[in-house]
Design a protein around this ligand. Structure first.
Ligand SMILES: Nc1nc2c(ncn2[C@@H]2O[C@H](COP(=O)(O)OP(=O)(O)O)[C@@H](O)[C@H]2O)c(=O)[nH]1
Ligand SMILES: [Mg+2]
Length: 249
């Protein structure tokens, strides 16, 4: 029996593949062009959908036992940052990490779309590993996703307001100008639409009384915070670096 069992274990040829921190896992909704259409979501941005993606990321950080420092979501994707080796689940086994995280996301979004959009189809997310070597590279990565979010923001409003034909091939600056001439000032659009949302652990201080001595004490608790800002800007990169450094303390 033992011999056979080890033979079968050997057939699991990828089970030994592991990853070290810092590492980011990005998930992306499969075929969400169709899913969002069938849900009848608002175009180009549906706040309820974004709220669902934020909530899913938050749940994955708070209710699954996974030790994620920070997440970032825009459109139908989310990225999760594991800062330290001791934060990695399953001793860093790639197969496990890449199956469990998108499963949680699919389960959450499945329920969410059913409750909020009466959607009865099946949804799924894929997942990939993004290996970064340092905190700085992690910031660079999120800055890249954020500039993708902004590009997507401009292009989707261009298609809606300027029209597919006229917007074709236009540069970012030209889109901004044409949108402005048509009465849409992009500065007035909500920040989550332009930059996506960061979900991170922050500390809050709570005043309380020591039950034994009756003395006033301040207790520090962890709580999830949300933020939307331009990560690709100089100031944004610095702010994100600050947030991540504080998460890791
Ligand atoms: N109507 C609407 N659609 C969205 C929203 N966010 C994402 N989507 C859709 O989801 C797609 C996600 O892009 P991508 O992952 O490349 O496409 P997929 O392969 O179909 O999942 C976008 O192209 C949009 O069609 C939203 O807020 N509203
Ligand atoms: Mg997708």
């Amino acid at each position: 029996m033992r011999v056979n069992e080890s033979k079968f274990r050997r057939w699991e040829i990828y089970s030994g593949k592991t990853i070290r921190a810092p590492v980011i896992v990005r998930i992306d909704g499969k075929n969400f062009h169709r899913v969002t259409r069938e849900c009848g979501m608002k175009k180009p941005f549906d706040k309820r959908f974004h709220r669902g993606m934020v909530k899913a990321s938050e749940k994955i950080m708070t209710e699954t036992g996974l030790n994620i420092s920070l997440a970032y979501t825009m459109s139908d994707e989310a990225s999760f940052l594991f800062l330290k080796d001791e934060h990695l689940p399953f001793r860093g086994r790639i197969e496990k990490i890449l199956s469990v995280i998108p499963s949680y996301a699919s389960a959450y979004i499945q329920n969410y779309l059913r409750e909020n959009f009466s959607y009865n189809g099946l949804v799924s997310f894929d997942a990939r590993i993004v290996k970064v070597q340092s905190l700085l590279e992690a910031v660079e990565y999120f800055s890249w996703r954020c500039s993708e979010a902004f590009r997507n923001f401009l292009n989707s409003y261009a298609q809606e307001i300027i029209g597919r034909k006229e917007a074709y091939g236009l540069k970012g600056r030209e889109i901004v100008r044409k949108l402005f001439l048509r009465g849409f000032n992009i500065q007035e659009a909500e920040e989550w639409q332009r930059y996506g949302t960061i979900i991170y652990w922050g500390k809050i201080e709570k005043e309380g009384l020591n039950p034994i001595t009756g003395e006033k004490v301040t207790a520090r608790r962890r709580r999830i915070h949300l933020a939307s800002f331009d990560i690709a800007s100089m100031h944004g990169k610095r702010r994100l670096k600050d947030i991540i450094s504080r998460c890791s303390r």
